[in-house]
Each structure stands twice: as structure tokens, then as C-alpha cells.
Design a binder for this molecule. Structure first.
Ligand code: NAD
Length: 428
């Protein structure tokens, strides 16, 4: 099929290379000139495992352009994958979607399907239909096809998803969408548009609830001297609960969970419903990051000039994305308290340099340089490479031996044996 994708970010680019790998002819559109130029040269503007390899391997099936009009004219199916950030009042900012839809509508000249892949408030499909009708009097279909990929494993998630959701109102568009994904072996759930839009928010809200729940159990473990890893394992074997998403830590971040949870709270309140549970989920998440800062402060006693080493800046491993990363908030707070900060992340250093313009933050070439002469080592993102580091060597180069493990990545017994004062989240 001939496909246009509007917005070439984490979701749009992944969708583009994956659909190209399935044999479709794809045109990816973005309004940022630099992104398009890089992509035309085969360079991925984001770090996401395997995207560069896919760009090379399937280059015959994929083109990049700034020209949205031309891409729409040449395509049968048009995906919208632009950003939907939070507004100041925490409702969803649909300005990018609105702009993209207007531009698409102006170009329609034959039957085409407009697919919303961005996460959008329930009811956006209806709005899109009305908006397009202002500009185009012919036939077209609107589909909601929310995306569930995780940054860090985006390609794998796209090609081997747990399910594909197709919110469509007519048989023709349902069938075309099922054909488009026919090579992907996954349950395909066809629904009305509103249910599809809500499925995305409900899924993220449930996952965030699981995180806040296990974080509260971890806080209880801290008080009781119990081990959260064992507790999580013990409940995870229950099939009704499941083993995934039971890792206690410093709370969720990223470009999706915080905005989507706020988004669902805002959608609910617009419909005069108070989503009490989700308000608590957000509160617990905030508290979790505060507790981490408190742990550091209780050791360093706000003594100016003490050095904190931060391992990990990305909101999760295997990505360079720092949007709403707990690391950014934590660093900004620690700098304000007068500490010196030494940071290292395998992929997110450049993005962080643009986001944190603090004098007291030193960007280090490797984890060892970041730990040198530090008073505390704080693990913020659980990159697998951090668990392979020679911690004996780290201990030798630190000034004081406090290890605050925000992701429970290290073995407490081993670390204590090496001479570290170890503190995890819900495990001693
Ligand atoms: P992103 O910010 O990485 O990418 C959006 C891209 O759209 C940018 O490159 C921007 O320049 C481009 N753009 C905006 N308006 C445009 C226009 N009118 N024409 C052409 N290009 C335009 O965003 P993302 O992380 O890929 O997220 C996109 C959507 O997918 C959001 O709604 C998000 O909630 C949802 N989503 C994201 C993820 C994720 O892990 N990032 C997962 C599932 C769903």
C-alpha cells in the first residue's frame, strides 16, 4: 500500500520503517528540515535500537519529505503521528494534530483513510471528520489506531505487538487496515473510534497505577525491613496480577505516562467525573521522586559542594529520550541545594545538555569519570551496562561510598560486601 506518515518522531519513524519492512511504500513527512535531511542521508535523528539498520535495509520502500501535500496526494492511507503534549492546565494540546489535519484536508482529492496514531482525547475522531468535511466533499474514512510501542524496543513492539487496535466506522476502512497489518501476527481488535481512543489512555493509566502501587508497597518494605523484589516476585506469579511492571523505583516519567494520565484525568473531569484513583497515582509518583531526593539529602546533609554522581539521564534504558525523565527533575533540585553533580548516560548526554544549563553539572565521558571523587552514587536509569561495571574500581575512586540505587539494579549484599553503604527502593 502507499502510505504517508505525518510526524517523524519516535512513533512516526518507527511506524515508517516497520511498514516499509512489511513491503508498503512509505513517505514520512516532518516539518523539521534538519530531520528530513538527516533521514535522507540514512541517519536516524533519534536513538532507538535497530532503526538505523531498518533505514538502510528498507530504503527502497521509504522516502522522506517536508512536503505534506505531495505525500498526501501520493498515498491511500495517511497516518497522523504528531506530538500531543500536555497544556499548562494538564489537558491535551491538540494544536499539532489540528494543524496536520487541516493541511491533509486541503489536499484530499480521492477516497483516502486518515488514521490517527497519536494519542488523542476521546472524541477527536469526530472532530477530525467534521474538520475534513469543511474542505473536502468526497468520501473518506477516519480510523483510530493507537500505538503501544515502548521506546527502547519500539521496532520489536511494533512488529510483534500484544494486539492491534483498529477503531473504524465502516467496513471498507476496517478491511483496508486489516490488510495493511496482515503480515503482523497479533490479535486485531476492531472497535468503534471512541473505544479505540479510550483503550490507549486506559492501558497507560493501568500501567502507571501498577507502578505507583508497587512503589507504595516498596515504601512499606522500607519501613518493615522487607524486600520489595521478593514481594513483587511473590505476587507476580499470580496470573491475575502478572510479573510485568512490578519494578519499584523512582517513579514513571517519559513523554507518555505523565501526559496521558493527566490527559485521562482531564478528559474525565470535562465529563464531570473525578478519577480519584488516577489523582492518587500521580501524587504517589511525585512523592517517589521526592523520597529519592530526601534519601540523598539525609546523607549529604545539604552540605554545599558535596558531589553526587548520577548514572542515567534517559527516562528509561535504551533510549536518548529525556522528556519528563525523573533524572532531570532530580538534578535540577540537587543543583539548587548546592551540590556538585557529575552525570553519565550512554545515549542521552546531548539531549540533557540542551535541557539543563546548570554550571554545577559536569558531563562525563564514562561512568568511572562520573563517579570520581563523588560522595554519593545515585543510579537513576537502569541501563544494562551499569550492572556490568567494576564496582570494586568504582569504590576506589569515590570519596565516600554511598550507593543509592533508584532502580534496585544492584545486589545489596554484594554491594555491602564491597564496602558500600547501600540503599535501594524497598530493599536494604
Ligand atoms: P515526537 O515529538 O517524537 O514526534 C512528533 C513529530 O511530529 C516531530 O518530529 C514534529 O516535528 C512532527 N510534526 C508536528 N507537527 C507536524 C506537522 N504539521 N507536519 C509534519 N510534522 C509534524 O512524538 P512521539 O513521541 O513520536 O509521539 C507521537 C504521538 O504518539 C503522541 O501522541 C504520543 O503520545 C504517541 N505515542 C508515543 C509513544 C512513545 O513512546 N513516544 C508511544 C505510543 C504513543
Amino acid at each position: 500500500m502507499k502510505i504517508a506518515i505525518i510526524g517523524t518522531g519516535y512513533v512516526g519513524l518507527t511506524t515508517g520503517v516497520c511498514l516499509a519492512s512489511l513491503g508498503h511504500k512509505v513517505i514520512c513527512v516532518d516539518k523539521i528540515e534538519n530531520k528530513i535531511q538527516q533521514l535522507k542521508r540514512g541517519i536516524s535523528p533519534i536513538y532507538e535500537p535497530n532503526v538505523s539498520q531498518f533505514l538502510k535495509k528498507y530504503k527502497k520502500n521509504i522516502n522522506f519529505t517536508k512536503d505534506l501535500a505531495d505525500a498526501v496526494l501520493k498515498s491511500e492511507v495517511i497516518f497522523v503521528a504528531v506530538g500531543t503534549p500536555s497544556k499548562k492546565d494538564k489537558s491535551i494540546d491538540l494544536s499539532y494534530v489540528k494543524q496536520a489535519i487541516k493541511e491533509i484536508a486541503k489536499q484530499l482529492n480521492a477516497y483516502k483513510i486518515i488514521v490517527n496514531k497519536s494519542t488523542v482525547p476521546v472524541g477527536t475522531g469526530d472532530w477530525v471528520k467534521k474538520e475534513i468535511k469543511k474542505y473536502y466533499k468526497g468520501n473518506f474514512s477516519i480510523v483510530s489506531n493507537p500505538e503501544f510501542l515502548k521506546e527502547g524496543s519500539a521496532i520489536k513492539d511494533f512488529l510483534k505487538p500484544d494486539r492491534i487496535i483498529i477503531g473504524a466506522e465502516d467496513k471498507k476502512s476496517q478491511q483496508i487496515m486489516l490488510n495493511l497489518y496482515s503480515k503482523i501476527d497479533a490479535p486485531k481488535i476492531v472497535t468503534d473510534i471512541k473505544s479505540a481512543e479510550l483503550i490507549k489512555y486506559a492501558a497507560n493509566a493501568f500501567l502507571a497505577t501498577k507502578i505507583s502501587f508497587i512503589n507504595e508497597i516498596a515504601n512499606i518494605c522500607d519501613k518493615l525491613n522487607a524486600d520489595i523484589k521478593k514481594v513483587a516476585q511473590g505476587i507476580g506469579y499470580d496470573k491475575r496480577i502478572g510479573k510485568h511492571f512490578l519494578n519499584a523505583g523512582i517513579g514513571y516519567g517519559g513523554s507518555c505516562f505523565p501526559k496521558d494520565i493527566d490527559g485521562l484525568i482531564s478528559i474525565s473531569s470535562k465529563h464531570k467525573y473525578t478519577f480519584k484513583l488516577l489523582n492518587a497515582v500521580v501524587e504517589v509518583n511525585k512523592q517517589q521522586q521526592e523520597e529519592f531526593i530526601k534519601k540523598i539529602n539525609s546523607i549529604l546533609k545539604k552540605i554545599k559542594g558535596k558531589t553526587v554522581c548520577i548514572w542515567g539521564l534517559a527516562f528509561k534504558p535504551n533510549t536518548d529520550d529525556i522528556r519528563k525523565s525523573p533524572a532531570i527533575k532530580i538534578i535540577n533540585r540537587l543543583v539548587k541545594m548546592g551540590y556538585k553533580i557529575q552525570v553519565y548516560d550512554p545515549k542521552a548526554m546531548e539531549n540533557t545538555k540542551k535541557a539543563i544549563l546548570q554550571k554545577n553539572v559536569k558531563y562525563c565521558k564514562n561512568p568511572y569519570e562520573a563517579a570520581k571523587n563523588a560522595d554519593i552514587l545515585a543510579l537513576v536509569t537502569d541501563w544494562p551496562e551499569f550492572s556490568k561495571i567494576d564496582m570494586k574500581k568504582i569504590k576506589k575512586i569515590m570519596r565516600n561510598y554511598y550507593l543509592i540505587d533508584g532502580r534496585n539494579q544492584f545486589n545489596p549484599k554484594k554491594m555491602k560486601k564491597l564496602g558500600f553503604y547501600y540503599k535501594g527502593i524497598g530493599r536494604q
